[in-house]
Design a protein around this ligand. Sequence first.
Ligand code: SF4
Ligand code: SF4
Length: 379
Amino acid sequence: MPYCHVPWTNIDISPKGDISPCCKFLNYRYEYLVSNITRNTIEEYLESPTLKDVKRDFLKDRWPKGCDRCRIEEENNIESRRLSDEKRYKEYLDNHRNNGFISASIAFGNTCNLTCIICDAGSSSRWHDEYKKIYKVDIRPNHFYKDQFVDNFISFSPNLKHLDIPGGEPMLSGVPQQKQLLKYYIDNNKAHDISLHYFTNCTIFPDDEWLSLWQYFKQIEIQLSIDGVRERFEYLRYPGNWIEVEQNAIKYKQLASTMPNLKLSISTTVSAYNIGYLDEVIDWALENNYDAPWLGRLHNPIHLRCTVWRVDAKRHLLGKLRYGDHRRIYKPFVSYIERDDDSQHFETFRYNLLRHDNYRKLSFAKTFPEMFEFLRDRK
Ligand code: SF4
Ligand code: SF4
C-alpha cells in the first residue's frame, strides 16, 4: 500500500519559489499551474488541484504520477524518501493530517555569490548574465517572497521538527526572514525541539547573530558543498576562492568543538567534471578531520552526468576508480559507469564546457589535464 504522509506533513519551496510536497516530487507531471510562493500563499497551495490529486491518490492506495521517483526506488529495493521519512518521523505521525508541517525545505530565494558549473540561473542569481549570454534565457534573480511569508509559514507549522535550508546560498538569501523565523521558534520555546540543516557553499562564515540564534536549537547541521580542492574547486565553483573556503571549513571545525549541537559534513556532487578527481577531495576532508564527503550523483542536466564520457575516457576512469585509494567510498560509481551510458550527450557537454571556459576565461585543459586528453577531437 503506497501511502505517504509527506503531502500532509512536509512542504518544499525551491529557489525559484515552486512549491511541492517534497524534493523528490515531479511537479511537471501535472497539467495545472504549479503553485509558486511569489504568487501564492501556503493556503492556496494546500487548496491547489495538484496537492488535492496527490492526497486523493494516496487515500485510494494509488501511486500519484508525481511520485515516480519513490515508486521506482522501492521497486528496486532502494529506501525511498517516503520510507525514510516514515522511519524518521514515526513518533510524530499520530493525527499528522491535522498537525501541520512537521518538516520543510525552504530555499529563501536564489541569492548566491557563485556560478558553480553544475548549477543554473534558477538556483543562483549570480548566474543571470552568463546564462542569458550563453543560453539566451533571461531568468531574473528571485528576491524574497511576499511580505507575509514568514507569518504564513509559522501558522502552518506549529509543530515543526526539522527545517532544511538549501540555496541559493543560505548565508545570503532572505537572511532577515530566516532570522525572523528562528527568533519566533526561540521566543515561543520551540527551538529546543527543532533541527536545522543548511547547505552552504562555505564562502561566508556565519556572524555572531547566527551563532547566538543557533545555540537554542536541538541541532544545527551544516553541510559544506565542496566538489574539488584548490584550482579545481575554483574552476567548479567559480568565482569562489579556495583559500577562503578552506579557512572557513577549518573555522567551522573549531566552532564545533565549542558548540555541542553543531554537526558538520561535506557534500560532493559528482559530475563529468570531477569524477576523475574524487581521491583528492576525500583526502582533503580526512586530513582536516571531517568524515569522508557524502558523494551525490548529479542527475540533471544529463550532459553533465559522469556517464557522459566516451568509451576511452570511461576505460580510464574505471581503472582509477577500481584501484583508487578510496575505492570503497566511491564503489557505487564503478557500477554506475559500467551500467549507464549517456555519451550521446558528450558533444553537448564539450560544446558548453568550451563556451563557459571562454566566457569565464578559465581552462579545463589546464585545470583537469588528465581528462582533457579525452575531450579532444578524435582523428
Ligand atoms: S511518495 Fe515520495 S515523492 Fe511522493 S510525496 Fe511521498 S516522499 Fe514525496
Ligand atoms: S553555491 Fe549552490 S546555489 Fe550557488 S551556484 Fe553553487 S550550487 Fe548554485
